[in-house]
Design a protein around this ligand. Structure first.
Ligand code: GLN
Length: 510
């Protein structure tokens, strides 16, 4: 395996800046890796090697000409297919958008391009970001690089798997209920959901507009911070975008120090419902932080247990409205019934053929929850619960600086295991959803491997809105402590896919 693909984005950025390696070489190394392993992993829906190499060559020319370039200039990046990309297919994992070429770049994509980064392609995801396993993609599932028969998490399984299998040093994801953090948990990577409004949603194909947030998917906390610094900031195209400037997240990582930090452990999310190995690694991580001077206290968030129920009313309600625009007229697929049909019949045939079962389930649920006779009973009640969850956060943050929870209840489960059981699938989000309901930021970083199955486990930290830097402080500090404990990155222990025996047997392997 080429050394270039094992480097973190920060390290690669330094090698590029020193002239030691070119962006074309770094980009080619990642394209070669994709060609070697993506037949088995299936992290990408679309790879544009030609354009990536052109972009890389352009950055190399600019560097040679003495242009001042940022820390990540010339570094390749993978982009979740929920973000629209000019001239590059953008499907959000749905059949209904097959073949659609957007006329513009989403703001986070524009910003990574302006930072000189090199988009490699678009990553696989559950259709319209609905799911926790990437199995709801219309284009087939992504496989977890730790065990190809297991799920890579969802909805952003493609972004997490691309980073965990060294196909890309880092990626962009979207998190509506955990789709950046839960995939990070099951793949041994770092994932951040910024404060709601920190990163523009302009050009992000909306799932639930009051919950969606774009964020970094990386192998190190510093890489997440560097990418966060690139994509965060005010955007007049998004009316929920926060106008105030942000401090440097990379500085927070470099100055990481947890002495005196008060960390609240959410009692309700430290229970028997979580796999033993997940809890064990969680508590070991907290002990490491305590030894560095952090204070660990128990806090109660009594309404978190209703968060999933509220989320699965609010999310479908907003999604049913957002997805109404896929009407066969404006974007992508158009199916005309045999012998022709009225506008309504074409629309119905297109939506019938273009949407998968999970999307249809949520559209029906959302339409029902918003209907005149039921609005107060369902949608109205869910909004009240949302307020109670926000108050739980306010009360907790009155006495602690950050909250800590395991990121998700279990390690990666087998592909197919929960596909026919929507409720079991929804329960994956129990620890991640509260942050989206309250708009607060969250990070998941690797906490080790569960002793019972040897699979990765994440620890999540949550901070008050606009205090994203606190997550980078505690995440950066814990990462250093764990690296010393493990003697190297956790992903060094993942199977080397280029020689993995499963590669030969995997369907569609190259
Ligand atoms: N698993 C959650 C859901 O299915 C999270 C989705 C997300 O964050 N995009 O809604």
């Amino acid at each position: 395996m080429s050394d270039l693909i094992r480097l973190s984005a920060a390290e690669l950025g330094e090698r590029l800046a020193s002239g030691d390696v070119s962006s074309v070489e770094a980009t080619q190394a990642h394209l070669d890796r994709i060609a070697a392993v993506d037949g088995a992993v299936h992290a990408f829906l679309h790879v544009d090697g030609e354009r990536a190499l052109e972009t890389a060559a352009d950055i190399d020319r600019r560097r040679a000409a003495g242009d001042r370039l940022g820390a990540l200039a010339g570094v390749p990046i993978a982009i979740k297919d929920v973000l629209v990309t000019e001239g590059m297919p953008s499907t959000a994992g749905s059949r209904i958008l097959q073949g659609w070429l957007p006329p513009y770049d989403a703001t986070p994509v524009r910003l990574v391009r302006e930072a000189g980064m090199v988009p490699l392609g678009k990553t696989n995801m559950d259709e319209f970001a609905m799911g926790s396993s990437t199995e709801h993609s219309a284009y087939g599932p992504t496989h977890n690089p730790w065990d190809l028969e297991r799920i890579p998490g969802g909805s952003g399984g493609g972004s997490a798997a691309s980073v965990a299998s060294f196909e890309a040093p880092l990626a962009l994801g979207s998190d509506t209920g955990g789709s950046i953090r839960q995939p990070a948990h099951v793949t041994g990577t770092v994932g951040v959901k910024p404060t709601y409004g920190a990163v523009s949603r302009y050009g992000s194909i909306a799932l639930a507009s009051s919950l969606d947030q774009i964020g970094p998917v990386t192998r190190t906390v510093l890489d997440a911070a560097l990418l966060h610094d690139v994509i965060a900031g005010h955007d007049p195209h998004d009316s929920t975008s926060i106008p105030e400037p942000w401090p440097s997240m990379a500085d927070a990582v470099r100055r990481a120090d947890v002495a005196g930090l008060r960390i609240g452990v959410v009692k309700q999310l430290d229970s028997d419902g979580f796999q033993a190995g997940v809890r064990q690694r969680f508590h070991e991580a907290l002990e490491l932080l305590e030894r560095q001077g952090a204070e660990i206290v128990e806090v109660s968030a009594p309404h978190f247990e209703y968060a999933i129920a509220a989320y699965y009313l609010i999310l479908p309600a907003e999604a049913s409205s957002n997805l109404a625009k896929f009407d066969s007229v404006r974007f992508g697929l158009r199916v005309t019934p045999d012998g022709g049909g009225t506008v309504e019949q074409v629309m119905a045939a297109t939506r019938e053929a273009g949407f998968g079962p999970e999307v249809k389930r949520r559209i029906i649920l959302g339409t029902y929850a918003l209907s005149a006779g039921y609005y107060d009973a369902y949608y109205g009640s869910a909004q009240k619960v949302r307020t109670l969850v926000q108050r739980d956060f306010d009360a907790a943050f009155a006495s602690v600086d950050v909250l800590a929870t395991p990121t998700a209840p279990t390690t990666a489960f087998k592909l197919g295991e929960k596909l026919d059981d929507p409720l079991a699938m929804y329960l994956n989000d129990v620890a991640t959803i509260p942050a989206n309901l309250a708009g607060v930021p969250g990070i998941s970083i690797p906490a080790g491997l569960a002793p019972e199955d040897g699979l990765p486990v994440g620890i999540q930290f949550l901070a008050p809105a606009r205090e994203d830097a606190r997550l980078y402080n505690v995440g950066g500090a814990l990462e250093q402590l764990l690296l010393a404990e493990w003697g190297g990155p956790i992903l060094d222990r993942a199977p080397d896919l280029s020689t993995h025996e499963l590669l030969a047997t995997e369907e569609g392997a190259v």
